[in-house]
Design a protein around this ligand. Structure first.
Ligand code: HEC
Length: 166
């Protein structure tokens, strides 16, 4: 049970390889499900925060601000993914300029963080965010750069033009 199972992907069109990951080991469809690629529920994904944040000093507690329920801290609604190539920058704060960064943020919260620059308060916040994320189904997912590029190819295939009246 290792990555070798997926070497057959090399022979597939990238969009298809990405689709298999999306609905399979990548676990994306456990939240980005249904006709809108969203369960319309709230989940915590450890995106870095850009800017001051709703709660200030680089913090945004997301859904918690409206429910005051501790389990809602850092949770945001799953965004739909149609035409997602055209809706950059990504996440609630727009911290990720491209799709590969947005996908990486789901599985590698340290990718964008220089831990040596974190204040004690930032560290405490970061640990709480990770603790909340650890209850999500995708917490244990690991993706290689190549797999992320397949997922980008799949997401790029979700573009569509609305039908115009003839
Ligand atoms: C546990 C639920 C969950 C899983 C699993 C999940 N996502 Fe997400 N995804 C979210 C939520 C929630 C956000 C928005 C988070 C935020 O703004 O802080 C998001 C944001 C995104 C975005 C940015 C969209 C935008 O408009 O900003 C992309 C792209 C994305 N997810 C793709 C994926 C892919 C690909 C996978 C599989 C590797 C995946 N997601 C797995 C819940 C999930």
């Amino acid at each position: 049970m290792g990555r070798e199972r997926y070497t057959e992907f090399m022979t597939l069109p990238q969009e298809l390889a990405g689709g298999l990951l999306f609905y399979g080991r990548g676990q994306c469809a456990s939240c980005h499900s249904g006709p809108y690629f969203s369960d319309l529920e709230f989940h915590a994904i450890p995106f870095a925060q850009f800017g001051f944040g709703f709660n200030g000093f680089g913090i945004d507690y997301g859904r918690y601000n409206f429910t005051q329920a501790p389990e809602d801290r850092y949770a945001f609604r799953t965004p739909p993914l149609f035409n997602v190539t055209k809706t950059a920058p990504y996440s609630h704060s727009g911290v990720e300029p491209d799709l590969s960064g947005a996908i990486r943020a789901h599985v590698d919260p340290l990718a964008r963080i220089d831990t040596s620059k974190l204040s004690p308060l930032d560290r405490a916040e970061f640990y709480q965010k990770i603790a909340r994320w650890s209850r999500e189904p995708s917490y244990a997912v690991e993706l290689s750069e190549q797999e992320i590029s397949y997922l980008v190819a799949f997401l790029s295939s979700l573009e569509f033009e609305p039908e115009t009246a003839q």
